[in-house]
Design a protein. Structure first.
Length: 209
């Protein structure tokens, strides 16, 4: 499950989207992941395949090199699991599966994550919180809100802004500081020790720099 959790935590996938991924949705050469379907729990008794949550949910997600590496390792492990299972392997057509090849249900995935979090001694955290973390990390890194909106599959940029409004002021301050650092400043020079000359640097009008 590592690669699946990695995608939720770094690229902000919904749990149903991660469970619904198919091998053909992954393009390692282009470093992209197409979100075209999702698995949803039906009445707590079954799982079915549906279209993404909204039109905006049908999207292409760019992958960083670490994510591509995690997915390559996952595919290698999955191939070995398929060979080991032999005729018992269930061809569910999913990128992430149970050890037998069967579908991973969204509710099962949530329970699995919560057990792992408790075992690791982490504070209470939901699987969906990883998606929020991915958005926060992207915004803190200076990624444009429109890009974050498209990564998350939000229907509007307003939803992205409203959801992460507590993060945006900090991002704005960091952007202001980053812009200021690009402007060259005149360095102040001090009089040589022992000199009787006054420190003229104090008279520098900083507005001129």
């Amino acid at each position: 499950m590592y690669a699946l959790f990695h995608l939720v935590a770094l690229r902000g996938l919904r749990r149903g989207e991660a469970c619904g991924l198919r091998p053909e949705d992954l393009d390692l050469k282009a470093q992209t992941l197409t979100i075209a379907t999702q698995l949803v729990a039906v009445g707590g008794v079954g799982i079915e395949e549906n279209a993404p949550k909204s039109d905006a949910g049908d999207r292409v997600v760019a992958l960083d090199r670490d994510s591509v590496g995690a997915l390559k390792r996952h595919l290698t492990r999955q191939r070995k699991a398929r060979e080991k299972a032999g005729a018992a392997w269930v061809d569910s057509g999913r990128l992430f599966t149970q050890p037998t090849g069967a579908w991973i249900g969204p509710d099962w995935l949530t329970d699995r994550f919560e057990r792992l979090a408790r075992r690791a001694g982490l504070p209470p955290i939901r699987l969906h919180d990883l998606r929020h973390g991915a958005a926060t990390i992207a915004l803190a890194a200076g990624v444009d809100r429109k890009v974050v909106q498209e990564m998350l599959g939000h229907a509007s940029i307003g939803l992205t802004s409203d959801t992460y409004t507590s993060v945006l002021p900090e991002v704005a301050r960091d952007a202001a500081e980053a812009a200021a650092r690009l402007v060259p400043r005149q360095k102040r020079s001090r009089a040589h020790p022992g000199s009787h000359e006054p420190d003229k640097s104090a008279d520098i009008d900083e507005s001129a720099s």
